[in-house]
Design a protein around this ligand. Structure first.
Ligand SMILES: Cc1cc2nc3c(=O)[nH]c(=O)nc-3n(C[C@H](O)[C@H](O)[C@H](O)COP(=O)(O)OP(=O)(O)OC[C@H]3O[C@@H](n4cnc5c(N)ncnc54)[C@H](O)[C@@H]3O)c2cc1C
Length: 485
């Protein structure tokens, strides 16, 4: 076993050797969510002797936020089933997990931080620091949402374990009429969970279609129909302006953006699922550079502008692989990948995330699997150099029973055939096809390569010519027609 030496301030700053004395590196991680816990895991893999401390302000060890809607609906029996990195895991890996402890200040030059917990104030030194403080839901400006600066009874947000438990408890006390504000991924997953548990659900969305940051409006049409079939009313292009009711919630007033008309909706419960703001006040006080939305800027090593200080997950932004624009990192997949890279680097490694993220995403809601990779069309700036097709394929050959339609929207650049994005909607197998397209995109392959994609075929498993091949061939035809002469 390597000798352990208590550090003094003079020893700080690197993995030091003093004569025969070996000073273990000390890595501190602020935030024990997906990004922070993964960073701890990989820091440990990189350096078996490092001292690793994770500070987490809630009482929960890392759990899957992505699983919360499924615990709300009851598909996952208990919220505690979502815990992925248990306290025992931390113990086994000799990682010091300090729950219910909030890091309040970091003195960068002293390599020292202050945290407040059950046992009062703690001061700790670090050699490298990883900020993994995530994001928090923002409260939209809607009249009547707050009372004494707090959310009124019957109004909920949905990001953490406590939010989900409170909502489940409230909805367990009777059949509710729920208004979900925001038809993004979180809003719709909550809407589905509540409608499955027999509540009456209306979803109001400010933009023109559901999942507006994930798929284009034309690809959201099957989703709108599926929601209607499930008895969930979707109102798009509408702003929720006011929550009505003095003592308890009686309804909400919404304004149609098309003609400015207003309408009253009856509801007794409201779920706010509009947007998330990064939790970066600590990082900003430390001097970390942030983007316009307040997300921390990092390089390919997930290092901030401050040497030895890394940032990962939802508190950061990073380049979009296709557009090159800085985008908030808001996916568990990316949080975990960044955590791996920062964990290794904080422990002396040299690991890199790709030059940009595709933000490949998938969900299964209202009987549909919806998946996308690359930016939505409205985020692609050079639309003049873009060729797009919408084609229909199937999960099986037409003659074989049980095949399900797949609607594929593929976008490529008109000059080189670079694949810019793909969106797929169907009852199943959209996600696995999106992963194939993502691999082509990351590998720099073109739509011509995708058209020659050799898929495995057997009638009960897959079609002879895949829906992706059909989509790519359609693009090639368009490209050929567009060529002069
Ligand atoms: C309902 C829902 C469904 C989702 N579904 C998907 C999905 O299907 N696929 C997908 O890829 N992504 C999904 N996501 C997104 C994914 O969950 C997040 O991207 C991921 O959890 C981000 O991890 P993180 O560690 O960066 O942040 P967080 O999970 O927010 O963790 C940050 C942690 O830091 C702690 N913290 C903050 N400040 C301090 C401080 N000063 N001191 C100590 N601790 C602090 C917080 O308490 C928090 O636990 C979903 C999110 C939600 C809410």
């Amino acid at each position: 076993m390597l000798p352990r030496v208590i550090k003094t301030e003079n020893d700080l700053g690197s993995h030091l050797f003093l004569g025969s004395r070996h000073l273990n590196m000390r890595i501190i991680i602020v935030g024990g969510g997906a990004a922070g816990a993964t960073a701890a895991q990989f820091a440990r893999k990189q350096d078996r002797d490092a001292e690793i401390i994770v500070f987490e302000e809630t009482p929960y060890p890392e759990y899957s936020r992505c699983g919360l809607p499924h615990a709300l609906s009851g598909e996952i029996p208990s919220f505690e089933d979502l815990i992925e990195f248990t306290p025992e895991w931390f113990q086994r890996n000799k990682i010091d997990l300090r729950l219910s402890t909030r890091v309040t200040e970091v003195e960068v030059h002293k390599h020292e931080l202050k945290a407040e917990g059950k046992n009062g104030t703690i001061i700790e030194h670090f050699d490298s620091l990883i900020i993994a403080t995530g994001a928090a839901p923002s409260v939209p400006r809607i009249e009547g949402v707050l009372m004494n600066e707090r959310l009124r009874d019957g109004i909920f947000q949905f990001r953490g374990m406590d939010d989900a438990k409170k909502l489940k408890d409230w909805c367990g006390r009777g059949r509710r009429k729920v208004l979900v504000v925001g038809a993004g991924l979180v809003g719709l997953e909550v809407a589905e969970a509540l409608s499955k548990s027999n509540h009456e659900v209306i979803v109001a969305e400010y933009l023109e279609s559901a999942l507006p940051l994930m798929i284009d409006p034309d690809m959201a049409e099957p989703l709108a129909s599926a929601m209607a079939n499930a008895g969930v009313k979707l109102i798009t292009s509408a702003a929720v302006e006011q929550i009505i009711g003095a003592e308890w919630i009686e309804g909400a007033r919404i304004k149609r953006r098309s003609d400015g008309s207003t309408e009253r909706i009856d509801c007794d419960t409201v779920v706010l699922a509009t947007s998330q703001k990064p939790s970066t006040s600590l990082a900003q006080r430390m001097g970390c550079k942030v983007g316009r939305g307040g997300h921390i800027l990092v390089d390919m090593r997930c290092e901030t502008n401050l040497k030895g200080i890394f940032a990962v997950g939802d508190c950061t932004e990073y380049k979009d692989f296709i557009t090159g624009a800085e985008m908030p990192v808001g996916l568990g997949t990316l949080a975990v990948r960044m955590g791996e890279v920062a964990g290794k680097n904080a422990a002396g490694g040299d690991s890199h995330v790709p030059e940009g993220f595709l933000s490949a995403r998938v969900t299964r809601i209202f009987g549909l699997e919806i998946a996308a990779t690359g930016p939505i069309t409205s985020s692609i700036s050079n639309k003049a150099n873009m060729i797009q097709t919408r084609t229909k394929g199937s999960t099986l050959s037409p003659y074989y029973p049980g095949g399900k339609d797949l609607l594929v929207k593929l976008t490529a650049s008109a000059d080189g055939g670079q694949i810019l994005s793909c969106q797929i909607v169907g009852e199943k197998e959209a996600g696995l096809r999106i992963d194939i397209v993502s691999s082509f995109m990351l590998g720099g392959l073109t739509v011509g390569d995708l058209a020659k994609f050799e898929n495995a075929y057997a009638p009960p498993v897959s079609p002879c010519v895949d829906a992706l091949t059909v989509a790519a061939q359609a693009i090639l035809i368009k490209l050929a027609r567009a060529k002069p002469g």
